[in-house]
Design a binder for this molecule. Sequence first.
Ligand code: C2O
Ligand code: CU
Ligand code: CU
Length: 730
Amino acid sequence: MLAPTRSVSAFSGIGGRRAPTTPNPCPQPTGACCLPSGFCITVTAANCLAQNGTYNGDNSLCADATCPIILTPYVDALPIPDTAVPTTGSAGGAAHYDIDIVETTHRFHSELAGDAWVWAYDGKYPGDTIEAFKGQTVTVNWFNNLRNEDNTLKTQHRLNIDTCLHGPDITGLVPVVVTHLHGAKVASESDGDPDTAFPPGTGAPLYTYPNNQDACTLWYHDHGLGITRLNVYMGLAGFYLIRDDAEDALNIPRGENEIALAIQDRAFNPDGSFKYPAVHQENFFGDFILVNGKVWPYHTVKRGKYRFRLLNGCNSRTLTLALSDNATFWQIGTDMGLLPAPDANNTHTNTPGERADIVVDFASYAPGTEIILQNSAPAPFPGSAGVGVVPNVMKFIVGAATGDTDPLPATLVDVPAIPEAEAAVTRDFLLRKTPVTIGACDNVTQSIWTINGLMWDDIVERPVLGTTEIWTWINRSGMSHPMHMHLVAFQILDRQPFQMQAGEIVPTGPRVPPIMNERGWKDTVRVDPFEIVRVIARFEDYAGLFPYHCHILEHEDHEMMRQFEAICPPLTIESTPNDVQACKGSQAQFAVDATGAYLSYQWTKDGQPLVDGPTGTGSTITGAKAATLSIANVALMDVGHYECTIKDPCDETRQYGADLLYCPADLDDGTQTGACDGAVTIDDLLYFIDRFQVGDTIADLDDGSGTGQGDSAVTIDDLLFYFERFAAGC
Ligand code: C2O
Ligand code: CU
Ligand code: CU
């Protein structure tokens, strides 16, 4: 739905006022005049022309006019997002960030009449890029600090919330937010569960991103239930890059030659503010394309290679990108990591939510050459050629300087295929429009997209952690749906066309493996009309509820989003630890044998958690967080009760303990090794005396306090202590 065309009264602009010396006796007819800004004024034809307007005819009315906003492409420079600055730690490593979601203003094109109100992470549109490194934990406090101009907390959205949709049917008009890191393997509590969206003046609990995954281009964005499309549209999106040693070792463009490009479509009102439909519509297509927050920007490049991390951050629009001279580029990565090898191509289709890591080489162009990044994807997609296309994305201007001219590596990283036979379960998901009426809102009946005809709260898929599943997307509709799963990285097995025959799904061709540039780790997959797409995924690490959905945000909000629950296999204990008889210098071991997936272990001694390393008594601990705990070089102080807590990701816990027993007088096993044999005999006495005479530390039993702890000096105290214990039989 279009917002009403703004009418402003005719103003005495250029040519609007005639010189008093030349009065015109006959008043000229006037009509509606569309200015390039999108405003409509009522003026004469000549006046309209003088203002570069489009005259709609004598006596035409602004109320009837639809005035497009006309913006000149490529007048604003491409903004490069800043690297986020952590509160503690360092960018690119372990760090903590405090990020506020705030309202601010942003100018999307220098010819727009004014700024737009936007919502932005720390006031940046798009948000600052969070730099992370594999295995180094990042934590974030996300805080909803949306305030009105008078500094009071917001109680209403900037855009119109449709309370017919699930989410706002409960939270109402309150502008709740919740941040999801798209593509991250994280615990459910840190995943941005749409049901946990929080109102202004509050924050989420601390989110932990372990970054235990390969180098990839992730993005963070809002996920509020039923208002994701509005919150992302307002600006809540940013990049999150994970790097690792394998990627660092590759000679691919970096530094200023590596640029992340967030591509989004938007519509504007003549005053420069955002335009978005007041009630839910099943698709939204803007008529302007932003790259990193500017409409159709330009960027001057060096003559060399660039790595562009492309994100389709549009609500509904699919992008089919190509360079205006049809030059070849190389795709090096997909959603969740690098490809096995660069894939040469001259076009790339990217659906909402997907990322493509591509390398473009500008080395062969003469300085001054201009190359347009173009889009040819119809909207809706695949639609019909030419329909709804916004062809321009951005412009590259080749400068004189030479850039990165190194050749690309022939191979990148290993992407081992998940064997199909590994899958324990296959699930089918039918994508279609379903005639459902939600509550009293009959007006939205036509717009409900569903997955298997079920809703958000219908939780029926329960993958077991540690197992592999094949998910089959079956698109029984005329448009493509980019299907996204949280928690997992998947691989595309194949695509297959089908037809409906007498209500049955009948394949009409073979299963075709994905094209080269889809043969990497993915989290979002395009499922074309009347196509079956099979993906395979391992369910790992974290239990709980995770969303999966179509990434067309208008579909996701109503109702093409559901949840699976990752569950744990049973936790069973095969054997428990036994008491251990130890003596000075011996090695003690406690072991549990448990089966389950992603079990964690923590050993304690007399209730105190143990850590690996020297204990301070002369002994050393290994396996404090493993199934087997080892204590090397036991000393008397190590005597105690050792207990292991075994936990699975579903918080099932078991505890088993045993005692370390110690006999200070039992020094010799008869083989002169000094190990205990569990019996105090004359051998032990002779062995002690022998060691005492040479001052061996094995004879250092007493620290003078009668505790038997070594004090690193073999003295008469030790002799007395030994006799005492020998006499006592232990
Ligand atoms: Cu990009 Cu569920 O999200
Ligand atoms: Cu996601
Ligand atoms: Cu969809």
